[in-house]
Design a protein around this ligand. Structure first.
Ligand code: TXA
Ligand code: MG
Length: 319
């Protein structure tokens, strides 16, 4: 049986035995294993049913640990680390020899971040190895933002979820890489483009939706509910066409006029994009559990975290 517990030492023991633990972070829960254990890393790919060409993010405990794993670190990366770590920024950097190929899918680069969650920072402190951790969901499914989401996915296979409550930020980290020292954004996420540009100036955005991507957070179909899902500008108008259907609505701040067949999730009554982001996946999980005929999501304002939310909604609704 899966253990759901706040016991950090227990989690550390399981990880030291080269087994996996789901860990809380401020973005989403991760499915974690020792980066130096081939057994653990293979188990991550297998449990997620994730293709081996899709590299993992390495979670470290301090900026001091960065040079163990990465080299030729650009000045802009140092600035971003100082500003945002611990936090929801992942940086793709040139890897040191010591980082196993299995973790980086054979790439010369490694993706690294320091998560901002007290329990997971304490856990990393108790270990003498970094943790590789993709989001703790089967490949392509909605990411988990609570321990119970992880249990729903992996109760049969996983030894333990370290329970750290609901994830504060609620969508994945923003991923930045460097091409000739210039910063490039590969995945929109919990830190807005505006906030990144506030530190290092204008960045290039390369988060194209592809079916065989070079940084696969970019897979066009991803983060998807099982229920057919649509992204629509005018939700109230759209649902009029389906008076008999059981529909779930994913809305920014205002409910729409509707019948009892409609279930509404409003992500932030006060219209706060950060709050909306933190509620997004939990609302998607709730709607998906109701076995509705369809889920209809509203297009968000296209700035700050609204951009990141729209990105996830587009991938959730991609064909
Ligand atoms: O917020 C997050 O980043 C969460 C928490 C658990 O830290 N993790 C997460 O991991 O979202 P995952 O595996 O679901 O997404 C990692 C993304 C993938 O799109 C992967 O392709 C990309 O990071 N990535 C990893 N290593 C890379 C590399 N060397 N170059 C380019 N992209 C890389
Ligand atoms: Mg993921």
């Amino acid at each position: 049986m899966i253990i759901v517990s706040e016991d950090i030492l227990k989690a550390a023991d399981i990880l030291k035995e080269e087994n996996l633990v789901a860990i809380p972070t401020e973005t989403v829960y991760g499915l974690a294993g020792n980066i130096y254990s081939e057994k653990a890393i293979k188990a991550i790919f297998e449990m997620k049913q994730r293709p081996f060409f899709n590299p993992l993010i390495v979670h470290i405990k301090s900026i001091a640990q960065l040079d163990e794993l990465a080299k030729e670190i650009p000045e802009k990366a140092r600035l971003l680390a100082d500003k945002f770590w611990p936090g929801s920024l992942t940086m793709v950097l040139k890897k040191q020899e010591s980082v196993p190929d299995l973790v980086t899918a054979g790439k010369e680069s490694v993706a690294i971040r320091i998560p901002n969650h007290a329990a997971t920072l304490a856990l990393l402190e108790a270990l003498d190895f970094p943790l590789a951790a993709p989001s703790a969901n089967p490949f392509g499914c909605i990411s988990p933002t609570s321990a119970s989401h992880v249990v729903n996915y992996f109760a049969e296979k996983l030894r333990m979820v370290l329970d750290g409550g609901n994830c504060q930020n609620g969508i994945e980290s923003t991923i930045i890489g460097f091409e000739d020292e210039e910063a490039v954004l590969y995945r929109l996420g919990s830190i807005s483009v505006e906030d990144i540009e506030g530190v290092i100036g204008k960045i290039q955005i390369k988060n194209k939706k592809e079916s065989a991507p070079h940084a696969p957070g970019m897979l066009s179909k991803h983060y998807a509910p099982v229920t057919p899902t649509f992204l629509i500008n005018d939700v109230a108008e759209f649902i009029k066409e389906f008076p008999e259907r059981r529909i779930g609505l994913l809305l920014f701040k205002d409910k729409v006029e509707s019948t009892s067949l409609i279930h509404q999730e409003v992500l932030s009554v006060k219209g706060d994009l950060k709050e909306a982001a933190s509620n997004l996946y939990a609302a998607m999980h709730r709607l998906d559990m109701k076995k509705l005929d369809m889920i209809v999501a509203e297009q968000f304002p296209d700035f700050e975290l609204g951009k990141s939310i729209n990105d996830r909604l587009e991938r959730a609704t991609a064909k």
